[in-house]
Design a protein around this ligand. Structure first.
Ligand code: SF4
Length: 318
């Protein structure tokens, strides 16, 4: 309310953020790159949830997708290779009020960042982690990544990769205290949007693996599933990712999967029967959250902290 006299007072309208309030610099990804679709979905989710831009942080590591913070008009941290998650955990540990998105790639997360990845799932601090998986190191011009398929040719394996790829979903479903695991594709905007929306509403660490097209280096990898929806298995459940009816109808293969069933989630992730499962594999809202502990502190005043540090240091006096 503004003004000195009550009957003259003006009611200040509530602030409404529009899409432009989340749009940063012009995205420089290749034309047709799936990163554009993910950026657009995150901006729509932020707008629809009315996340205050000044209270939103996007943290990334290194790689094509890690340019994400530059393209959001929020706070951002374009960090070191594989180190997005510890940075985001540091932010969360001291700022429970912020909205945190982490954007990482298959090289960033599943190779150099693996140790951080595994323990961040276990710590379960509230943040939305998007793994944009294009099965290649794109920024450094086509080297084999941990998710590159067997026999795929790259600059590091010109005769084809001879490593069996890791499946990030199976990895995450095997980590203690996991609390939200979903999978989606960048070329289906309704499913992408609903998945990121559900992930951001989750009170804990939500992990979303996004099959992301890289038309420059791995255009053929997802072409089959993109052109033929019968190669996708849609996991449905009232507690899962709920699609509008019209969007759901385009998936011929559907399975009802209860996201509280961890064993079935693991079975679906490992099935590997030629279809690509999308939807919510697992959710456990009761999983312990480390940020609920760390943001509390020890309840000490500054002088009590100084006294405690001095007491601890006194043990080393000689
Ligand atoms: Fe996207 Fe691939 Fe281009 Fe990188 S190289 S911006 S992942 S299309």
């Amino acid at each position: 309310m503004q003004g000195l006299k009550k009957d003259w007072a003006l009611e200040t309208p509530p602030r409404i953020c529009v899409l432009e309030d989340y749009q940063g610099a012009e995205a420089r990804w290749c034309p047709g790159c799936g990163d554009h679709a993910v950026l657009s979905a995150v901006q729509r989710v932020a707008r629809d949830l009315q996340l205050p831009p000044e209270k939103t942080v996007v943290v990334s590591g290194i790689g094509c997708s890690s340019r994400f913070p530059h393209y959001m008009k929020t706070y951002g941290f374009h960090g070191l290779h594989g180190r997005a998650l510890p940075v985001a955990e540091g932010v969360r540990a001291r700022r429970p009020d912020l909205e945190i998105f982490v954007v990482t790639g298959d090289g960033d997360c599943c190779a150099i960042g693996t140790a951080h990845w595994i323990h961040s799932i276990r710590y379960n601090m509230r943040m939305t982690v998007l793994l944009l998986d294009n099965q290649i190191y794109g920024l450094t011009k086509a080297q084999t990544s941990p998710t590159t398929r067997l026999s795929e040719k790259s600059n590091t394996h010109p005769r084809g990769s001879f490593f069996v790829p890791i499946d990030p979903i199976s990895v995450v479903l095997g980590i203690a205290n996991v609390s939200f695991v979903a999978q989606t594709v960048d070329w289906n905007p309704p499913h992408l949007y609903e998945t990121i929306l559900a992930a951001h509403r989750h009170q804990g660490l939500s992990f979303v693996r996004i099959y992301q097209r890289c038309p420059h280096y791995t255009a053929h990898v997802y072409a089959g599933a993109q052109q033929d929806p019968s190669k996708i298995l849609l996991m449905t459940h009232p507690e899962g990712i709920v699609l509008p009816e019209a969007a759901s109808r385009m998936f011929k293969n559907q399975v009802v999967h209860d996201p509280s069933d961890l064993n079935e989630a693991r079975r679906l992730a490992a099935a590997g029967d030629g279809v690509l499962p999308i939807g919510l594999f697992y959710r456990n809202p009761q999983a312990l959250r480390y940020d609920e502990v760390s943001s509390q502190g020890l309840g000490l005043t500054p002088s009590q902290k100084v006294a405690a540090i001095n007491k601890a240091l006194d043990r080393f006096m000689i």
